[in-house]
Design a protein around this ligand. Structure first.
Ligand SMILES: Cc1cc2nc3c(=O)[nH]c(=O)nc-3n(C[C@H](O)[C@H](O)[C@H](O)COP(=O)(O)OP(=O)(O)OC[C@H]3O[C@@H](n4cnc5c(N)ncnc54)[C@H](O)[C@@H]3O)c2cc1C
Length: 338
């Protein structure tokens, strides 16, 4: 295990920001992680996976522990179900592809989400009508202060929309080392009624879709809609979709009859943040090196050599505009790192 000094994080964050960390270590086993956590120099370290959900605001004053724990295997199975166990350092999309090759169903709609397995429970990743929590079996975390390992069952995690206990009460308390998913071996439940999957399958000439067909459809839709961070720095959706009281949503719908919205329960409605941003005129508009993407207003983009501060300044500009037009507060989905 090599501890490096003054390491550039440009290749470790999907905004492509040129930021340095004073100390950097990559861990490939839980034991190595436990060793590093004992080292007082790493007390306040940033735990980094693929860096696709962080905005690094400036050169870091704290060290980085990069999680690269590998391995995918079936740890238990019966006739219907397999429990797949994956190391926190596995690339999420590689895990999806591994499951499809092994005919295990449940995460095909989560194809092509950037990042690593260990970060998936942190914000309960989701896309195209499926969330991690739908297939979550359990996860192993190591306490940052104690070094002890703990198994988190689904009910321990308080999963919500892009949310979990790891973003709230247990923020920065545990490092996830292993994730276990419960997946179907037979009678796969395909989720096709979301985000144009059925239409894309039709266009692909698929009549009876397999797991692989669904994954290919999702990949096709995502490639058409979302900028690829390897060519245009971004972190996917920058904001979460705000949830408002039904009375507020009704008031807005009377002013904007075309406003999309999704009922959550008898009290609350979710309004797409992308639509709100479009209404403020920010979609596709650039401000120096930054802007909201021209195909997806929710994606904040680094068009060149932007700094983290410039990106955050623009995010705040957009938040202010949405607040003054709609009296709705947008919240960043991306983790702001000082
Ligand atoms: C183009 C694009 C599209 C995206 N689309 C989606 C989407 O459809 N749905 C979706 O949900 N997300 C999406 N995202 C966001 C991102 O892919 C996910 O949040 C992903 O889970 C982040 O993984 P990561 O390894 O890159 O995490 P990082 O950015 O490295 O870390 C994110 C947070 O998790 C913490 N963390 C990371 N690993 C661990 C660990 N092992 N233990 C404890 N804490 C940890 C970090 O400290 C940080 O706070 C998208 C991002 C991009 C760039």
């Amino acid at each position: 295990m090599e501890i490096k000094e003054q390491v550039s994080l440009t290749q470790f964050n999907s905004f492509g920001l040129s930021v340095n960390a004073p100390l950097f270590v990559e861990v490939t086993t839980s034991l190595a992680l436990q060793e590093v956590l004992k080292d007082p120099r790493f007390e306040n370290a940033l735990i980094l996976g693929g860096g696709s959900n962080v905005l690094l605001l400036q050169d870091l004053s704290r060290p980085v522990i990069k999680i690269s724990i590998p391995g995918i295997r079936i740890s238990e199975e019966n006739e219907q179900t397999a429990i797949v166990s994956a190391g926190a350092g596995v690339v999420w999309h590689d895990l999806v592809m591994w499951c499809i090759v092994n005919n295990l169903g449940g995460i095909e709609n989560l194809s092509l989400i950037p990042g690593l397995v260990g970060a998936a429970p942190i914000q309960n990743i989701g896309a195209y009508g499926v969330e991690l929590s739908d297939v979550f079996y359990n996860a192993i975390g190591i306490g940052r202060k104690t070094g002890d390992s703990k198994i988190f069952e689904a009910e321990d995690c308080n999963f919500g929309y892009r949310d979990s206990i790891f973003k709230n009460e247990l923020k920065d308390e545990y490092v996830i080392t292993t994730l276990r998913l419960s997946l179907t071996k037979v009678n796969h439940q395909l989720h096709l009624d979301y985000g144009g999957i059925t239409q894309t399958l039709d266009a692909m000439g698929v009549i009876t879709p397999t797991l692989d067909d669904v994954a290919r459809a999702v990949i096709r839709i995502r490639r058409a809609k979302l900028p690829d961070p390897s060519t245009l720095g971004n972190a996917g959706s920058f904001f979460t979709n705000p949830v408002v009281l039904k009375t507020k949503a009704a008031q807005m719908a009377s002013l904007y009859p075309d406003m999309p919205s999704y009922s959550i329960d008898d009290q609350f409605t979710k309004i797409p943040a992308g639509w709100l941003i479009e209404q403020t005129g920010f979609k596709g508009k650039t401000f120096g090196n930054v802007g909201m993407h021209n195909k997806q207003a929710l994606v904040l983009v680094n068009y060149g050599n932007a700094t983290g501060a410039e990106l955050w300044e623009h995010a705040q500009r957009v938040m202010d505009a949405v607040m003054s037009k709609f009296d709705i507060e947008l919240a960043p989905e991306v983790n702001l790192i000082n």
